[in-house]
Each structure stands twice: as structure tokens, then as C-alpha cells.
Design a protein around this ligand. Structure first.
Ligand code: HXC
Length: 532
């Protein structure tokens, strides 16, 4: 029995005067039934280890802030077992509420009704909430738990998805859009999270794929489980579709709230800033100890980031994907910033295809929403090899280059140890438009490392030398002294200041304050043609 079929108090024929209380009673009873859902279906949802759509909304929104719209909407489909059952909500709860007092728009698919599948009415409700979010200039959060296109509604379901995708694209760069995957998200439905800015997934319950295990086996003969094909771990580590992964819904939705607390409501708002915490006077002596002088020794760039950001607090995007670059959102002196840092702990912090894509998307997100960028550079170069070249590292590396070149937000880069070759240029160097560039005194900036450079430049001399190793050592010293030090770059205007590592937080905080009113208008064009 559906909520619509439960017995309700009779409706008076002409509801006036005293009989109005019957109308209210009936309305309240209906609302209670819709909100409660079918007990057996709710029990099954819980048995699957999942919360219901409304329980999720309670967790993600401020208590009591939710205003539901189109609660009574039902599908109008006929046939294929649809005529007999038309539950209210049509399997998606839509509306608006607040997170820390700031307005957001939400939709939560309800797996207890038609498996959360999307038909025409379900889609129209999502379209409406998306239109309202865009009109109001407030973030959109989609809680996905759905069997995909509602099979009984045929092409109307596909048409509904198209309307969602078009709206995601229209809203891209205007309002933050967040997808949370809390159940199946199959077929073309997976393009919805792919088009939004951030995607959260919860281990064990979330699955996302274009074609499920049955189709995979039928077409390719490959046998694979739902989790192996499209579980949270796969998308967090291998495909890079999931920006965040959590063990349970509670921590996931708490993190959604934290992320929203760092984002402006729309692209017309300035980045969020709280009260100053005195960062412009905050010496951090630990920084010099974190980074070893030997350029070959690894360390965790997140420790450097922790020293730079207020309270050492940040949220890391794509933590488990392309670990050789780290992208985080946090605050410096109360102002929200995006930090991109090479990660010497993973593949020596080299740039490759995945790292370039990850960082490029992050840079473009920050730029869309006026979030200043701080880039921490310690990069040996691009990863060499046929795997990378055949995979299109030129095309993918160009994405990061493109993203930095077009970014008009305040940009500060700090070269903490080394910056070589093309990777030096890409990592927000002066030539691609950084506003302020700082370097630590011990660092190395050059076309290539001293040994490689000497081998190329002095191949003949070394071959002819009586003691080639002695000559090599002398030439390496000479090259290092002449070219591989930050003052070489500073004297030529490529570095604004060579700073004591302990003063890095001060330099960044002052730089951000200096650039707060930065305005940069790009020439008129329809849109650029970023290499895809
Ligand atoms: C209609 C659906 C449905 C769907 C599930 N249900 N998916 N109804 N259309 N797409 C219904 C089931 O019939 C069932 O109804 C209830 O939801 C719960 O489903 P179960 O199968 O019992 O749940 P579970 O065992 O947890 O399996 C969940 C599932 C499975 C893995 C999602 O239901 C499934 O494989 N569904 C089909 C997925 C799919 O192929 N979707 C189309 C993808 S193509 P009752 O009445 O029994 O409770 C697509 C194209 C989009 O989406 C293109 C956009 C461009």
C-alpha cells in the first residue's frame, strides 16, 4: 500500500466555517503519511544500511530549516503497473533549507519509492529546485539514491535527465553544485555528479557506473561486482570521479556542511572571510624543519599546508586520487583560499596526467567562485615515459597550464624547494600570471637539475677529460652557483622576494590582503577552448 492509498479522514464537500478543521485535519494526516513513508519500505532501506531521504535532509540541513516544495506531486504515467500506484513526492524530496544559517537548495532521492528511479514528475521536481537555486544564487546539493531512468516511463525519463544535465551546465560557475551518492547511481544518471563541482560517496552503499555488472558481463565477458565496478573506493582512487569518500552517511553529510561553510553562495559574492586571527604576524619556525634541504628527500606537503592555514584546518579534495598533487580549501587570516601543492611524498611530487587534471579542475573551481589561490611548489618536472606520452600528457598537462593562465583571482606562489622545467612554468610561475611569487632561500629553479644540465652541455668536454668525474663535479658546482638559486630568479623579477621559511604564513597573509581588491577583466569572448 502506498502513502496515497492509506485511509484518510473524509473531505467535506464544501469546506467552509466549522468544516475547515476537517480540511486541515486531512491535510495534516496526508502530510504525516507522506513524511513517514511506507513502514515496510523504510525498514528495508534501513536494513540495506541506508538512511531515508528525510533522515539525510535532517543531517545535512540546520534543524527545522527545511521547506519542502511539491510534496504532493505524483507521476501521470499509465500502464506497466504504474496506473495503480502514484505515491506523493514521486520518489524525490525537494526544497530549501539552511546550513549554518545560509540558504541552500536540495533534492533527496527516495529509494523507498520506485527505487528512487527518475520519471517525468520526479525530474520536473528536480528541474524546479535547480531553477530556484540558480535564481536565488544559492548552492545546490543533490542526494542521489536511485535505480536510474524509470523504466516504465521510457523516453520521458531520458528527457528528464537531459533537463537536469542542461541545468547543471547552466549553473556551473554560477552556484556551487554538490552531488552526494548514497546508493545506486547508474546509467546516464552518473553524468549528474560528473557535471557538478564536488562528488561525495559513502563506502559500501554508493555505486556509480554507466553500465552495471550484468551488462558488463554480457558485452565483455568480464565478471565484476557492483563495488568493484563503481564503489566509492574505485571512484576515489582510480577514476577520480569522487572528490570525497566517507565510511558512513553521518560523517559524509557533516563534511558536506563543512564544505558549504567554505564556499560563497554564488559567483557574485566575494570569498568568505571571517575575523582576522593575526596571521600577518604569525611566525612558523616549524616550516624549515618540515622541508628537508636535500631535494631528493620526501616530506608531507600537507604538513606545510597545516602550518599556513588557520588552526591547521582544511578539507582535501580528491585526497585518494593523484596523490602527487594536493588540493585543499582552508582559510588564511579568516579568508577562504584554495591551496595547490606538489606532494613529494608521492612519486616525488612529479606532475602527470591525473595530477594535472585534478589540479586544473580545482584551480578552475576556485577561479569561478573568486577564491584566491596559493600554490606551493616543489616539483621535479613532468613524469617521463611512453605511458604518459601515449596517454596524452601534453593535452592533459595543458589543462593545468590553461587553468592557471585564465585564473583572474588573487594568486600567490611559494617555491619551497625546487621547480624544474615545464612544471616550473605550469605551477603558477610569474610568466603564467601569478601576482606574487616567493621563494625559500635554499630552493632550486632551473630548466633541469645540475647533473643533467652538465651532461647535456659538456658531453664532449667530459668525454675528452683526463678525470671526467672531477670535471663533472666542478661544472655542477659552477652551474648550481650561477643558475640554480632563487636570487638568480629574484634579480630578474621572476620572484618577488626570497623569504625566511618561518615567515611564509606572514607573507601569504599580507599578500592576500594586498590583493583583496584585485580586478582583472578578460577580453570579451564566448568561451575559451580549454584542451579537453
Ligand atoms: C523502475 C526501478 C528501477 C528503475 C529499481 N526499481 N530501479 N523501477 N525503474 N530503473 C524498483 C525495483 O523494481 C524495486 O521495485 C525497487 O525499485 C527496489 O529495487 P530492487 O531491485 O529491489 O533493489 P536492489 O536489490 O537494492 O537493487 C537496486 C538496483 C536494481 C541495483 C538499482 O534495482 C537495478 O539494477 N535497477 C535497474 C537499474 C537500471 O538498469 N537502471 C536504468 C539505467 S539506464 P519493487 O516494486 O520491487 O519494490 C539509465 C539511463 C539514463 O538510467 C540515461 C540518462 C541520459
Amino acid at each position: 500500500m502506498t502513502a496515497a492509498e492509506l485511509p484518510l479522514p473524509p473531505l467535506p464537500r464544501r469546506p467552509r466555517g466549522r468544516s475547515m478543521h476537517l480540511v486541515r485535519e486531512r491535510r495534516d494526516a496526508l502530510r504525516d503519511q507522506v513524511v513517514a513513508g511506507r513502514p515496510d519500505a523504510v525498514a528495508r532501506q534501513h536494513a540495506l544500511g541506508k538512511l531515508t531521504a528525510r533522515e539525510r535532509l535532517d543531517l545535512v540541513l540546520d534543524a527545522g530549516s527545511f521547506t519542502e516544495i511539491e510534496m504532493y506531486r505524483r507521476h501521470q504515467a499509465r500502464g506497466m503497473k504504474m496506473s495503480g500506484q502514484a505515491p506523493h513526492t514521486d520518489g524525490v524530496v525537494t526544497g530549501s533549507g539552511t546550513i549554518d544559517g545560509r540558504q541552500v537548495f536540495v533534492y533527496a532521492q527516495d529509494f523507498t519509492i520506485f527505487g528512487g528511479s527518475l520519471g517525468a514528475a520526479h525530474a520536473a521536481k528536480i528541474h524546479k529546485v535547480m531553477d530556484l537555486a540558480l535564481a536565488a544564487g544559492a548552492p545546490l546539493i543533490g542526494l542521489n539514491d536511485s535505480g536510474g531512468a524509470r523504466i516504465q516511463e521510457g523516453v520521458m525519463a531520458l528527457d528528464g535527465y537531459g533537463g537536469i544535465f542542461r541545468r547543471h551546465v547552466e549553473a556551473s560557475g554560477v552556484i556551487p553544485q554538490i552531488s552526494v551518492i548514497l546508493g545506486p547511481c547508474a546509467g546516464g544518471a552518473a553524468y549528474s555528479p560528473a557535471l557538478t563541482d564536488f562528488t561525495f560517496m559513502v563506502r559500501d552503499i554508493a555505486q556509480m557506473y554507466l553500465t552495471g555488472p550484468d551488462v558488463v558481463e554480457a558485452v565483455t565477458g568480464e565478471r565484476v561486482s557492483h563495488a568493484e565496478l563503481g564503489g566509492a573506493q574505485v571512484h576515489a582512487v582510480r577514476s577520480g570521479v569522487a572528490s570525497f569518500v566517507h565510511d558512513d552517511e553521518e560523517s559524509c553529510l557533516a563534511d558536506v556542511r563543512y564544505l558549504v561553510s567554505l564556499l560563497p553562495s554564488n559567483n557574485m559574492e566575494p570569498p568568505l572571510s571571517g575575523p582576522s586571527c593575526g596571521a600577518a604576524r604569525d611566525l612558523r619556525p616549524a616550516l624549515a624543519d618540515i622541508v628537508p634541504a636535500d631535494p631528493a628527500k620526501p616530506y608531507d606537503m600537507r604538513s606545510v599546508i597545516g602550518e599556513l592555514l588557520d588552526d591547521g584546518d582544511f578539507i582535501e579534495v580528491h585526497e585518494h586520487f593523484a596523490g602527487n598533487v594536493v588540493c585543499v580549501l582552508g582559510r588564511v587570516d579568516g579568508e577562504v583560499v584554495g591551496v595547490v601543492g606538489n606532494q613529494p611524498l608521492v612519486q616525488a611530487g612529479v606532475l602527470d596526467i591525473d595530477a594535472s587534471q585534478k589540479a586544473a579542475r580545482f584551480v578552475r573551481f576556485c577561479d569561478s567562485f573568486s577564491i584566491p589561490l596559493v600554490t606551493l611548489v616543489d616539483v621535479p618536472g613532468f613524469l617521463p615515459g611512453t605511458g604518459q606520452e601515449f596517454g596524452g600528457v601534453i593535452r592533459h598537462g595543458a589543462k593545468l597550464l590553461y587553468a592557471y593562465c585564465e585564473a583572474t583571482v588573487p594568486r600567490i606562489s611559494v617555491i619551497v624547494r625546487k621547480a624544474y622545467g615545464g612544471a616550473y612554468i605550469v605551477m603558477d610561475s610569474r610568466s603564467v600570471g601569478t601576482d606574487l611569487s616567493f621563494a625559500w632561500p635554499t630552493n632550486e629553479i632551473a630548466v633541469m637539475g645540475a647533473e643533467g644540465a652538465v651532461n647535456v652541455l659538456f658531453r664532449r668536454e667530459l668525454a675528452a677529460a683526463a678525470d671526467p668525474e672531477r670535471l663533472r663535479a666542478e661544472l655542477i658546482d659552477e652551474y648550481t652557483e650561477q643558475l640554480v638559486h632563487p636570487h638568480y630568479a629574484a634579480e630578474r623579477g621572476l620572484v618577488d622576494d626570497v623569504i625566511d621559511p618561518a615567515t611564509t604564513r606572514i607573507a601569504v597573509a599580507r599578500g592576500l590582503a594586498m590583493l583583496r581588491t584585485k580586478r582583472k577583466l578578460a577580453p570579451q569572448r564566448k568561451h575559451g577552448n580549454i584542451p579537453l
